[in-house]
Write a protein that binds this ligand. Structure first.
Ligand SMILES: Cc1cc2nc3c(=O)[nH]c(=O)nc-3n(C[C@H](O)[C@H](O)[C@H](O)COP(=O)(O)OP(=O)(O)OC[C@H]3O[C@@H](n4cnc5c(N)ncnc54)[C@H](O)[C@@H]3O)c2cc1C
Length: 447
């Protein structure tokens, strides 16, 4: 191994701890990398990629470790762990920033707040900007600020052959397009993203109403009614929690977030007679800081896009799941689309439905069995199969269906992505290229 890079191989005493630290989830599949590199600079990424190329080893990449399909693990591959590439540099004059992939959502929120700038960062504090931007990025205030990947102006990329290139609309635009949405099947390692910022630090007001979900169709209709009255930029998310051993009835928490503090989000919920709590105006950085960090949890997720109304969706969601933990929930949000309904230009990312539905299972691997938790995420998405219009590559379960990657991209994008993989990773050096190409070129069994 090259002395210039901090490596650990299977026989090193630090290897097991480094492997465990790759994922936010304390449960990981058994695939084991041959080595884990923790580069400190883009130049060290080039060294690690070149080493893997010269020794015929495949590459997997880790930025913040939130892939619940563990795409940062490839059997016998070298995992490039980018946690030390964690700098964010704002260019005030241009209204842009260069962001390294190991920067987390919470770090970006805080640094942008200090700089008096904003960006559609992801919702959870520990998500890495690397995987988030590549997947597409359904962030805070997407309706007004757009999808995060649309704001990627340029990227500094190490290709699988070790060559380093800056890509943008003018230079290697094909690979720049792949930075905007190829997600875990991106052919290379992004060492920096240049993004367009939003002027002004972000502040929000939030309001929550938690209701027993004994009549899901009626509740769904009431939420549809609420949505028809709310100004589109108000972020609306419904957290659905089935009844469990300790929670007697299924519950739905409706969360409204307004970036425009003139919008009376609490009053909007109170008017419906719903028990409401609200927050004072807060910085987005403080909101993000206060969200759960899931430390010690094992996690699983899946995802569907749909155009169905809540009145059709809620009755399909499970009511009783005795084995489920209290922290598991299904997130349904209408706020991962632009208010104008537009889709990202020059991008592979395509949100293909008006509502995003993501079951997230959390459990304690020391005391709870994994199987019922994972089966619940799959059952949830299966229950919506005939209402499904697509899947988000950042949250869909990519490991358990033979056509999972293909189902995350509409047909025209599948062909483009397969051609990009053929061109930029012809020797299938990235751990996911072979599987992705096979799935992209054969039509999925269903959307
Ligand atoms: C608790 C939680 C909350 C989430 N919230 C949101 C949300 O609000 N909005 C949203 O859109 N998504 C959300 N996601 C999904 C998340 O954005 C994706 O899973 C994303 O890929 C995670 O990025 P990461 O860098 O943390 O993960 P990683 O596991 O490090 O990365 C995932 C994969 O992306 C590729 N990758 C990552 N970085 C690079 C790089 N620099 N170069 C090349 N390839 C790279 C690799 O294939 C890697 O295996 C959430 C996920 C979790 C678990």
């Amino acid at each position: 191994m090259s002395d210039a890079v901090d490596w650990a191989v299977g026989s090193d005493p630090t290897f097991a701890a480094r492997r465990a630290a790759l994922s936010v989830s304390t449960w990981q599949p058994s695939r084991s990398p041959a080595a884990i590199a923790r580069p400190r600079s883009a130049a060290e990424v080039v060294t690690a990629v070149t080493y893997a190329r010269d020794h015929g080893l495949q590459l997997a990449v880790r930025s913040g470790g939130h892939s619940l399909s563990a795409t940062h693990l490839g059997e016998g591959a070298v995992t490039i762990d980018l946690r030390r590439l964690d700098r964010l540099k704002v260019d005030h004059a241009r209204g842009t920033a260069w962001i390294e992939p190991g920067v987390t959502v919470a770090q970006a929120a805080r640094e942008l707040d200090r700089a008096g700038m904003a960006f559609p960062i992801g919702h959870a504090p520990t998500v890495g900007l690397g995987g988030y931007l590549l997947a597409g990025g359904n962030g805070w205030n997407t309706p007004q600020w757009g999808h995060a990947c649309e704001r990627v102006l340029a990227a500094d990329v190490v290709l699988p052959d070790g060559e380093r290139r800056v890509v943008d609309l003018e230079r290697h635009s094909e690979i720049w397009r792949a930075v905007r949405g190829a997600g875990p099947v991106f052919p290379g390692v992004v060492v920096r993203f240049q993004v367009a910022l939003e002027p002004g630090a972000a502040h929000v007001r939030r309001a929550f109403a938690t209701l027993e979900a004994t009549e899901p169709t009626a509740l769904g209709a009431a939420i549809d009614d609420l949505l028809s009255e709310l100004p589109t930029p108000v972020e609306t998310t419904v957290f659905w929690r089935p009844a469990t051993r300790r929670r007697p009835r299924a519950e739905a928490t409706i969360a409204l977030t307004a970036f425009d503090s003139a919008v009376p989000v609490a009053a909007t919920l109170e008017q419906r007679g719903w028990p409401t709590t609200g927050t004072a105006r807060m910085s987005l950085a403080d909101v993000v800081d206060g969200l759960p960090r899931h430390q010690g949890d094992a996690l699983a997720s899946d995802h569907v896009w749909t155009d169905a109304p809540f009145a059709a969706l809620l009755p399909r969601l499970s009511q009783h799941e005795d084995a489920l933990t209290e922290r598991s929930s299904i997130l349904l949000t209408t706020s991962s689309r632009r208010a104008d309904g537009g889709v990202p230009d020059h991008a592979l990312y395509r949100p293909t439905g008006s509502t995003s539905v993501s079951p997230y299972a959390h459990w304690d691997p020391r005391t709870q069995d994994r199987r019922p938790q994972v089966e619940w995420t799959r059952r949830t998405t299966a229950a919506l199969a005939d209402l499904t219009t697509g899947h988000y590559v950042g949250e869909a379960d990519l490991t358990n269906r033979p056509d999972a990657v293909g189902r995350c991209f509409p047909p025209e994008i599948r062909q483009d992505l397969a051609a990009i993989l053929e061109r930029y990773d012809p020797h299938e050096r990235m751990a996911w290229t072979a599987l992705a190409r096979a799935q992209l070129l054969s039509p999925p069994a269903r959307t």
